[in-house]
Design a protein around this ligand. Structure first.
Ligand SMILES: [Mg+2]
Length: 261
């Protein structure tokens, strides 16, 4: 794969999605930026890859990405090559035991299993409104005690995803930077909720939390170096554009704006 200068890893729901006019503007800007610089775009989302491809068919404003990291970063698909990244999945498969994970979660009161569409090959998903931190910790401890190497990602005060240990949006961003041969300093991550926090922990990357971001993400970002993180004023796709200007600088401005300055 040829070297790319910039990489944007963006969440979809609540981040790029939510304002159709802003998304259309983002799409125009991104296409221009990609044409000039060869930048790569990846969607890093809780949705399944199938759900993202369906969304792409239904949403003409959404640019076609170079990669889709679905199921909270545990399924990696390269649409232009029509290829799954099996080496990436293979690194997590040996430790994954859905049956045992589910039987332990079901012994706890609170979590309710999401339907089949919410489950991923390497993701077990549950609804759990207002889960107390102590209950989440108790569940994590029970899974660990059973020898299951997995991690809990709790988001938007409602969604619980259980993933293989070491897997998630952070490992997807690392893998994408490697595949597109982009140094971390030229990677921008964009998100709006707790399950995006993971992406911002990748060493050296720049990040933008959109203006409508949940408190859980903003709180986590305040701990990161300010030179690398932007809390955008604008919401949704307009916030992502502010992030692109912050991370990619003048290169992201359209040609007309650049020639004026
Ligand atoms: Mg989101």
């Amino acid at each position: 794969m040829k070297r790319t200068k910039h990489l944007l890893c963006s969440d979809l729901d609540g981040t790029l999605l939510g304002d159709t006019a802003a998304l259309a503007e983002f799409s125009r800007r991104w296409d221009d930026f990609r044409r000039r610089t060869g930048a790569a775009l990846a969607y890093v989302t809780g949705r399944s890859v199938e759900s993202v491809t369906k969304l792409l068919d239904e949403t003409p404003e959404l640019p076609w990405p170079d990669a889709i990291a679905g199921d909270v970063g545990t399924s990696l698909y390269l649409p232009k090559e029509l290829a799954w990244d099996d080496a990436y999945h293979g690194s997590f498969k040996p430790t994954w035991d859905r049956g045992r994970i589910e039987s332990i979660v079901m012994r706890h009161s609170g979590p309710e299993r999401q339907g089949e569409a919410g489950q991923g090959p390497l993701k077990s998903s549950w609804y759990w409104k207002h889960a107390p931190r102590a209950s989440l910790e108790a569940l994590e401890a029970a899974l660990m005690l059973a020898g299951l190497r997995c991690r809990l990602v709790y988001s938007a005060d409602e969604f619980l995803d259980i993933l293989p240990a070491g897997a998630g949006k952070h490992s997807a961003v690392r893998r994408l930077a490697e595949r597109f041969r982009v140094p971390h300093a030229s990677v921008l991550v964009a998100g709006d909720t707790g399950n995006d926090t993971d992406m911002f922990t990748v060493e050296g990357v720049k990040g933008v939390a959109v203006g409508n971001a949940h408190k859980e993400l903003i709180k986590a970002l305040k701990k990161a170096p300010a030179t690398h993180m932007l809390l955008a004023r604008a919401n949704h796709a307009a916030g992502v554009m502010q992030g692109c200007r912050f991370a990619f600088g003048e290169a992201f401005e359209p040609a007309a704006a650049r020639s004026k300055s």
